[in-house]
Ligand binder design. Structure first.
Ligand code: PMP
Length: 411
């Protein structure tokens, strides 16, 4: 057994609790990740020792809080290989970051008859903001479709990317199909057409090394709660010259340089986007989460999760009546597996599994246009993390078969 794994699992007290008298098997990591003790400790320690508002006070405690808050910005920048901390805007979540880009940057660069190119596998939070922008600006929203193997159809992308495309918005990893898109190739092609690329990294930030400079992404958004951090904190990375051009969309304290009766002058980026008292405790937790991920090492996390999918997929494929969505090849698959069992409603499957202590998601996964394309209303989804084991995969398959048998007997 991997020593690192054994040590890491001990940091997650929630994993020892029981659900319906069975040991918890948490397989909804794509919805939110569990929080390890060092992250919880750091948040508690902040409130116990350093709590004060940031960017305001001249006193020691306020300075300490501000330093801690700004140090995490440096840490986030290093985590995604951004060249400067000023490129990091704290947000509430991925959703918040994507809305900021669509509202502010989108407003600047998208005009009537322009095109916005997104993909059919987008989460609603990287779809509706663009749909709204297109409606506001009388621009056209186009979708890149899926290839036969349910990866992104790059030939379709090339066909639909035109000189009218102003923004390409794409997820790095699909929260349903478990596929990672070729962002580097996408940015290269998009930039040749002078289009900007917005990357949704909600499902990738905790699962693979991200290098925004190598990807050449113009914007990239992710959430703290999907990467071992607390809820209510997210990150929007933007190339600094683009952030500088953008107008804030929220106004109030902290984001201004000066205010008169009739006018106000903004702070520079990123602070002009952080109106009001920010989620300071959340930022501290995010910093601790990054420290934790770095300690494990992203390559180790990636390899560990890949081992789980490699082990699980062939077993699922053997279950009669099970339809799996997303690529069938393990090499193309991240640790998110969506599927349906013939004649069974996904909610029944998830409820049956819950009776056995196994927590999976059932629903449309905030990807209704994708569901329509797949010809279903909803699916079951199991999503793994490095704190899951191969034994967990065995148990999951066993329990899934039990649920299947139970309902088949009933019907
Ligand atoms: N994009 C993807 C691919 C996601 O999976 C999610 C979360 N399910 C989001 C965006 C939105 O993240 P949040 O709810 O944290 O804003």
């Amino acid at each position: 057994m991997d020593k690192k794994f054994e040590e890491a699992v001990k940091d997650f007290p929630i994993l020892t609790r029981k659900i319906n008298d069975e040991p918890l098997l948490y397989l909804d990591n794509a919805a939110t990740s569990q929080t390890p003790n060092p992250v919880l400790d750091q948040i508690v320690s902040f409130y116990q020792n350093t709590n004060a508002n940031v960017h305001r006070g001249v006193y020691t405690l306020a300075n300490d809080a501000t330093t801690a808050y700004e140090n995490v910005r440096e840490q986030v920048a290093a985590f995604i290989h951004a060249d400067e901390a000023k490129s990091i805007v704290y947000t509430r979540s991925t959703t918040d970051g994507l809305n900021l880009v669509a509202s502010s940057f989108g407003d600047l660069v998208v005009h009537e008859d322009d095109e916005i190119l997104i993909t059919i596998m987008e989460h609603h939070s990287n779809l509706i903001p663009w749909q709204q922008l297109a409606q506001r600006k009388h621009a056209k929203l186009k979708y890149v479709e899926l290839a036969a193997d349910q990866t992104l159809d790059m030939a379709d992308f090339k066909r639909k990317l035109t000189e009218r495309t102003k923004i390409v918005a794409v997820t790095q990893t699909s929260n349903v199909l478990g596929v990672t898109n070729p962002i580097k190739e996408i940015t290269k092609l998009a930039h040749q057409q002078q289009a900007y690329v917005v990357v949704d990294a909600a499902q990738s930030a905790a699962h693979q090394t991200i290098d925004v400079q190598d990807l050449d992404a113009d914007f990239l958004a992710f959430s703290g709660h999907k990467m071992l951090g607390p809820t209510g904190i997210g990150v929007l990375y933007g190339k600094l010259d683009l952030l500088n051009e953008m107008a804030p969309i929220q106004f109030g304290g902290e984001m201004i340089e000066t205010v008169s009766r009739t006018q106000a002058k903004w702070q520079t980026a990123p602070w002009k986007f952080e109106a009001g008292t920010p989620n300071i405790g959340g930022v501290i937790g995010l910093g601790a989460a990054i420290t934790y991920l770095n300690k494990l090492g992203m390559p180790w996390i990636e390899a560990t999760e890949h081992r789980l999918v490699t082990y699980l997929l062939p077993q699922l494929a053997q279950i009669t009546g099970l339809t799996m969505y997303g690529p069938k090849t393990v090499a193309k698959h991240e640790s998110i597996v969506a599927f349906n069992l013939r004649d069974l409603h996904p909610h029944d499957v998830a409820t049956g599994l819950d009776m056995l202590g196994v927590e999976v998601r059932a629903g449309h996964h905030c990807a209704q246009p994708l569901m329509t394309t797949l010809g279903v209303e909803s699916t079951v989804r199991a999503s793994m993390s490095f704190y899951n084991s191969l034994a967990d995969m065995d148990r999951f398959v066993y329990d899934l078969k039990m649920v299947k048998e139970f309902f088949n007997r009933e019907s």
